[in-house]
Ligand binder design. Sequence first.
Ligand SMILES: NC(=O)c1ccc[n+]([C@@H]2O[C@H](COP(=O)([O-])OP(=O)(O)OC[C@H]3O[C@@H](n4cnc5c(N)ncnc54)[C@H](O)[C@@H]3O)[C@@H](O)[C@H]2O)c1
Length: 353
Amino acid sequence: MPEIRVALVGVGNCASALVQGVYKYTDINNSPIGLVHPNLGGYTPKDIRFVAAFDVDERKVGKDLSEAIFAEPNTTPKFQEVPYIGVEVLRGPLLDGVGGPLAELVKVSDEPECNVVDVLRRSGAEVVVNLLPSGAMQASRWYAEASLKAGCAFINATPAPIVNDPHMAGQYRKMGLPLVGDDLMDQVGATVIHRALLDFLVRRGVRVLETYQLDVGGGAEALETLTRAKDAKREVKTAAVKSALPYAAPVVAGSTDYVKFLGNRRESYFWIRGLYFGETELSLDIKLRTVDGPNAGSVLLDAIRCAKIALDRGIGGPLVSISAYAFKNPPERAPLELAEKWLEAFLRGERDS
Ligand SMILES: NC(=O)c1ccc[n+]([C@@H]2O[C@H](COP(=O)([O-])OP(=O)(O)OC[C@H]3O[C@@H](n4cnc5c(N)ncnc54)[C@H](O)[C@@H]3O)[C@@H](O)[C@H]2O)c1
């Protein structure tokens, strides 16, 4: 049976949705709802096996992964029962993992730190998925280095520049290990919807004059994107949205408030003003309501399977196609349709990365 051995760094809301998803989508023959690629390059979600997990929160460290994903302060909803997995969440090094107002939400465990490289090696992990908080720049880098030492592929869902760091990319290339990222782009999140709307309007001859995308959320991540990671996240989001326009126009994209009672829910407001035939003005107001964790699930399942395919083929360094398809700040940006074509070509073995 094919198997993809995965280690998780950060057992927060995205990790919760990912783990639940692996157990939900065990039968891909009955048109699974919400999963973009039931079978990707010969791998299905069922092939994913979690072999290690790291966190720093005392409510997660020491617990089985199946239990830790539902521990506070995680607020992503339970949509799937998860059986005992047999993977204990271990205490990783803190570094800058928790800081600013996030420190009030995370209770740092006083358990001794494990030896991450050793655990990765002993667990047989092949793919490490980095799901640390947005502001954990040093810690993300530290785990990328640990993953490299342990001989694993690395997926960076955070905005920390890992794939975009030429030194790190070179190291992964040299070691023949795949690198995917940076900053995950949700399945149906604000950035991808904003890009699709702008692309549609441009193709219909509209001259976009100005646009914004503002959102509010209530999870730990919503707090991060307003404090420690505010500038980094806003920069990446704005650049991703701007890339949908073939000309310069004022674009604002970022989080604007933290509303605790929203939990893992996110409310995104879009505004677009433009000109169509006869230079007649149009404006568009849209509100999107989503839940953050599950929005990461399908794309993470794709990224994990692409990393495994690259390992099977002996491909190292940044994976351009899956990064352009599923991440907001890839090493090479492409319009959504082109990124999909790149991914299909990669899966057929017609592209190296
Ligand atoms: N749909 C989405 O939620 C989405 C979309 C795009 C990008 N992302 C990115 O994914 C990442 C994870 O998001 P989330 O909502 O799961 O965050 P979260 O805050 O729910 O989870 C982060 C986890 O990391 C743990 N942690 C903190 N410091 C640590 C350390 N040093 N070592 C190990 N664990 C540590 C925390 O205790 C927590 O369990 C973020 O960087 C976010 O920007 C998420």
